[in-house]
Design a protein around this ligand. Structure first.
Ligand code: GLY
Length: 281
């Protein structure tokens, strides 16, 4: 690998997508349950994009919703971006495959090296990809398969890629994300802890861990922003009071609580709603 590695979490641009009207009724969900309050979902999403643009100064590229694609707000699943390479995914759910088209165009317009996953045997959702800054972990889930993981390893050859079986939830990042350089945020459930153990056993690197009482709260967004330093978007205390107390112990962080009650009803976490990239690199 040539040159110096960018600071982990550095980011200049975020791709987001508006919520389609069809989400409330047609978005995929692991189990039934409460209905989505669409007005509230849009308010929460607007606050999320506002934080990225106005508070953190990222250039936010906002795609319009496509009402024929009920899950299209969850852009994370459509692309894995690392450095100047973007791997367009082949989402595991057939109803989500066309979501990739609009994201492809925007990433090409940003002059990234865009690679498509054309193998029809492969499936991969971005929500299953955890990049630690040193290596990738790929969750093998109902959405991501071995072939998808092999293609990712082939595209991002500079990094080790290890596979982790995901149980008890939709995606690997449903209970596990990076909360800082070398710091893994992990849920407390047996499923989450088992995944962490596998990752620790497979890795040559040592990570610190931040254990959250609530699995959903372990899905947070870490950024390193010039003049602000460590920034963490995490689930609001109103939603997960015990987990919020854990985040509040982080020193030298700009902590930004974000409510995500509505998209969570259709299995969306905070990372799901953006593709983050660093054009400064
Ligand atoms: N509703 C998010 C997903 O199932 O992909």
């Amino acid at each position: 690998m040539a040159g110096t590695l960018p600071v982990f979490g550095s980011c200049t641009h975020a791709v987001v997508r508006d919520i389609p009207d069809s989400l409330a009724v047609e978005a995929l969900r692991m189990s039934g349950g409460e209905s989505v309050d669409m007005e509230k979902a849009r308010r929460e999403h607007q606050l999320y994009t506002g934080i990225l643009s106005h508070k953190l100064g990222l250039q936010v590229l906002q795609l319009p919703a496509d009402h024929s694609l009920p899950d299209c707000v969850f852009v994370e699943d459509t692309a894995v971006v690392c450095g100047d390479t973007a791997l367009l995914t082949r989402p595991g759910a057939p109803s989500r495959r066309r979501e990739v088209e609009a994201v492809k165009k925007i990433l090409e317009d940003l002059h990234l090296n865009v690679v498509e996953m054309t193998d029809e045997a492969a499936t991969l959702d971005g929500g299953d990809i955890l990049f630690t800054g040193k290596e990738f972990f790929v969750g093998l889930s109902k959405r991501t398969n071995q072939r998808g993981a092999e293609i990712l390893a082939d595209v991002f050859k500079d990094y080790a890629v290890s596979k982790v079986t995901v149980t008890g939830t939709l995606h690997l990042k449903s209970y596990c994300t990076m909360a800082g350089p070398g710091l893994i945020a992990i849920g407390s459930s047996e499923h989450a802890q088992k995944a962490l153990k596998i990752m620790q056993e497979m890795s040559e690197h040592r990570y610190d861990k931040l254990t959250l009482p609530d699995d959903q709260a372990a899905n947070c967004v870490y950024l390193n922003i010039p003049n602000k330093g460590h920034v963490l978007l995490h689930r609001a205390p109103e939603e997960f009071p015990e987990s919020a107390k854990v985040f509040e112990k982080l020193k030298d962080y700009m902590l930004i609580p974000v409510s995500n009650s509505e998209l969570a009803k259709v299995d969306g976490g905070l990372t799901c709603c953006s593709v983050l990239l660093n054009k400064r690199a």
